[in-house]
Ligand binder design. Structure first.
Ligand code: MN
Length: 309
């Protein structure tokens, strides 16, 4: 059995879409596969894309299972069901582990700087000549994952392949021009209905030697200003409970900006080392918006100390 799975902490729409759509493709190609996860779904997987119920499969581990990892390549963060020695394929767009997997898997590791892993899965469908047969639900999931991970095509990691994949998939599922606004408003409603759960559901801890704040939460909404007005103090309180060095990257799709919330001075200083920022009462704005993985990429490329000038 080929087990298509992702990270262990939570599933976002990209990871979820890739698991389901890639398992569907493998099955079409005669390879028995299941979309499996033991992680909770986060607020990016809204009721309207879930269509009422999760499409993930049941799973009973077998000793000869093979694992396909999508939208994750850092093996510290794999779903706990994964047996590392039995990973046969990796499809991802996060930086940091390209060499490791290239050495282990050769061409079966497809790790690229691209807007969404969903675009990579779309390309698999296309290359297999199976695209006309993709289920409507998988097409909706992949299209919405591309919207989410590219921040409605305002992010910095978008490629022409992401734009084309969305175009083809949106036509296939007859998504209207208002789908981006509708989708991100749905995400915002879900987030605001339980702000602390939403923070917990998209939180990563950086390595101790990282140039970024240790606790790094991220949320994408339609209108960040409105959310901050209602929930700013609750966010500050909850994040302070997670550590002394933290950041929330609150991405506002409508205004194409990131609101960086970081109350601790040390966290503000770390971010100001990477970017030119203007802090007021623990908030700084970043235009255009940036994703966490883009900030991670930037931190990996930045020298520890600014060269003397
Ligand atoms: Mn992704």
């Amino acid at each position: 059995m080929r087990v298509v799975t992702s990270g262990g902490a939570y599933l976002d729409i990209d990871a979820y879409a890739c698991c389901i759509a890639y398992a569907e493709l493998l099955n079409r190609q005669g390879i028995q596969a299941r979309a499996v996860s033991s992680a909770p779904l986060n607020a990016s997987i809204t009721d309207n894309v879930l269509k009422g119920a999760s499409s993930l499969d049941d799973y009973l581990p077998q000793p000869d299972d093979e694992f396909v990892l999508v939208d994750v390549c850092d093996y510290h963060h794999f779903d706990p069901i994964v047996v590392l020695d039995q990973v046969v394929e990796v499809i991802d767009h996060h930086p940091g582990f390209e060499q490791y997997w290239a050495q282990r898997l050769g061409p079966s590791a497809d790790i690229r700087a691209i807007g969404a892993a969903a675009t990579q899965v779309f390309e698999r469908w296309e290359a297999a000549g199976q695209l006309p047969l993709i289920s409507e639900h998988s097409a909706l999931l992949l299209a919405t994952a591309i919207l989410d991970n590219t921040l409605n095509f305002t992010g910095q990691m978008i490629t022409a392949a992401d734009v084309r994949a969305y175009d083809v998939l949106a036509r296939r599922t007859r998504l209207g021009a208002d789908w981006p606004e509708q989708y991100f408003l749905e995400c915002q409603t879900a987030i605001e209905s339980d702000i602390c759960a939403a923070l917990a559901a998209d939180l990563k801890r950086m390595k101790p030697d990282s140039l970024l704040p240790q606790v790094f939460a991220q949320m994408t909404v339609w209108d960040a200003d409105a959310l901050l007005e209602r929930h700013r103090s609750a966010i500050n309180d909850w994040m302070a409970g997670e550590g002394k060095d933290w950041l929330l990257n609150l991405i506002s799709i409508r205004d194409r900006k990131s609101c960086l919330l970081a109350k601790p001075l040390v966290s503000q200083q770390k971010l100001s080392h990477l970017l030119s920022l203007d802090w007021h009462a623990g908030v700084a704005f970043l235009e255009p918006s940036m994703l966490r993985k883009e900030l991670v990429r930037l931190s990996l490329q930045t020298p520890r100390h600014k060269p003397e000038s």
